[in-house]
Design a protein around this ligand. Structure first.
Ligand code: DAH
Length: 344
């Protein structure tokens, strides 16, 4: 037994394994349940009592040394960054993970918001499930206006004087802004809207809009025109021209629709602008005095302008997307086209 102890002690002292696996093997071989040192302890029970003192001490020293050595080797291996698996090859190419990127609608939304932030607009959001009052009534929609028709609006609760519905436009948030915010108000309201429409290349039942609202003393149509022109140039390039066509919305008077010069043919006429040289981007106008008064704003003292644009539409024009459905189908080939778009 004496020889065995000395032999093992020498072995422990010279132990040089480096990987965690080798160290664990050595530990099991020496100190494991059936390990050599453990076996010696079993044998120790059977030796003559007069030898116990001497061998007991020796065995304890051996066990201590072995345990300390294993700990030391483990610490060294960890410090050297050894892994448990010796076959690990750091030079092999790694797993290629698909990195996600922003959705084009998010990119366009972010760009629109950041342009108006630069102009000093705040950002406000409102509920997607709205009531009739904020979507229609406060915006001067007459009671029988076709937009209230079940064809266009998803109602959540009908047959109520102020039914709940999925908002059909973000103009509802301008009402909430007028109710809550201190004058002057300069705010944009991005968000998701819902309409009971058949899905096609040009229409969808879910899409996104950005509403804009500016109310102060002496706000004029010239201010509106300038704000839209500056926006268009930031969004579509510094040479962009705009034109305004008279239009009708219940909540603005006068109202207009705005076109930008086609950024593909620069006004010459192409198949994107259908030969006209112009592309429609938004609706706007001077806030109707009835709308100001409905939200408790003195229309004799204050005036304002509002505008509303579809984010998908802006993104389609900017990146020449020809079918609205691409935005909703999550086809990776389409989404990857936008992975290098820079946010502003
Ligand atoms: N809410 C309108 C729509 O969904 C867009 C719009 C037009 C908003 C004119 C406005 C505006 O604020 O003045 O089609």
């Amino acid at each position: 037994m004496k020889e065995q102890i000395e032999q093992l002690l020498a072995e422990v002292k010279n132990l040089t394994c480096k990987t965690e696996k080798d160290i664990e093997d050595a530990r099991v071989r020496l100190l494991g349940k059936k390990g050599e040192i453990t076996k010696l302890f079993d044998e120790f029970r059977t030796i003559a009592p007069e030898l116990k003192r001497e061998f007991g001490q020796k065995l304890n020293v051996l066990k201590k040394e072995a345990t300390a050595k294993i700990e030391e080797l483990k610490a060294n291996a960890q410090a050297a960054g050894q892994t448990a698996d010796d076959s690990f090859d750091a030079t092999l190419p790694g797993d290629i993970r698909d990195l996600g990127s922003r959705h084009p609608v998010s990119i366009a939304r972010q760009q629109i918001v950041s342009i108006f932030r630069k102009f000093g607009y705040d950002v406000a959001e409102g509920p997607e499930i709205e009531d009739d009052y904020h979507v229609f009534e406060a915006l001067n929609f007459p009671p029988n206006h076709p937009a209230r028709d079940m064809q266009d609006t998803f109602f959540v609760s009908a047959g109520h004087p102020n039914p709940l519905l999925l908002r059909t436009h973000t103009s509802s948030v301008q009402v909430r802004a007028m109710e809550k915010m201190q004058l002057p108000i300069r705010v944009i309201c991005p968000g998701r809207v819902f309409r009971n429409e058949a899905i096609s290349a040009r229409a969808h039942c879910i899409f996104h809009q950005v509403e804009g609202l500016y109310i102060d003393e002496n706000v004029t149509f010239a201010d509106l025109k300038q704000a839209i022109l500056l926006f268009a140039r930031e969004m579509f390039g510094p040479d962009t021209q705009i034109r305004m066509r008279p239009s009708y919305f219940p909540f603005t008077e006068p109202s207009a629709e705005v076109d930008v010069s086609c950024n593909i043919c620069h006004g010459k006429g192409c198949n994107i602008c259908k030969g006209t040289g112009w592309l429609e981007i938004l609706g706007c106008g001077m806030v109707d005095p009835n709308v100001l008064e409905a939200s408790g704003i003195d229309s004799k003292k204050y005036s304002g302008f509002a505008f509303g644009m579809g984010i998908e539409r802006i993104a389609m024009l900017k990146w020449q997307v020809n079918d609205l459905r691409h935005y909703f189908e999550n086809d990776m080939r389409f989404l990857r086209e936008f992975s290098s778009c820079v946010e502003v």
